[in-house]
Design a protein around this ligand. Structure first.
Ligand code: SF4
Ligand code: SF4
Length: 188
């Protein structure tokens, strides 16, 4: 019995060796896909879900959407985000209001889990695929995401919904039941 097991193990060993050689030869003749970086910079196609850098988008008026609520900072598992807020008088109401002063993001500590983006109730932060971050000191990996002089985007003014029915305006209490001027009367 021992002799047959010995012979069987020899053939099994040869078989496994051939399997390994087959994989090696297959990869030897396959076309090579070497990324010519940085020569292909700008042409390289990234995966859509690739996460490389947390950013805070600003519009053309230097407005962002961050209310400094701190949800992202409190939810970050490794303390990568620091939200520093300050109090300012609201120009519309005249009351003091908390606004964003500095949004600090430590890229060196980020695990790219995206919890911050998913938990932000205002869609104020997003991940981009910008991945070139070489610096000489780790302190330079701490980035301020809100731009200098930026502020919270004002809320869009919502027009009151007004319906016209049987010559009367229906909608806000101010107009309810009032007859519609002839030029504004609509036929429903
Ligand atoms: S990024 Fe979003 S969750 Fe974080 S402080 Fe700003 S509004 Fe709040
Ligand atoms: S991706 Fe994760 S680790 Fe990075 S800042 Fe957001 S919550 Fe923190």
């Amino acid at each position: 019995m021992k002799f047959f097991r010995y012979i069987k193990n020899i053939f099994l060993g040869i078989w496994h060796l051939l399997q390994g050689m087959y994989i090696t030869m297959l990869n030897f003749v396959r076309p090579k896909l070497t990324e010519q970086y940085p020569e292909n910079r700008g042409k390289h196609v990234y995966f859509e879900r690739f996460r490389a850098l947390l950013t805070m988008p600003h519009d053309e008026n230097n407005h962002h959407k961050c209310t400094a609520c701190g949800i992202c900072m409190n939810g970050c598992p490794n303390g990568t985000i620091t939200v520093i807020s300050k109090m300012e008088n609201d120009p519309v109401t005249g009351k003091p209001k908390r606004v964003l002063d500095k949004y600090l993001y430590d890229l060196g500590g980020c695990t790219f889990c995206e919890l911050c983006v998913r938990n932000c109730p205002f869609n104020a932060i997003v991940f981009t695929n910008q991945f070139e971050h070489s610096v000489f000191t780790k302190e330079r990996l701490v980035k301020q995401l809100n731009r200098p002089g930026s502020s919270l985007a004002p809320k869009p003014v919502q027009k009151p919904e007004v319906k016209v029915s049987n010559g009367n305006v229906e909608g806000p209490a101010l107009h309810k039941g009032q007859p519609v001027p002839p030029e504004k009367t609509q036929t429903i």
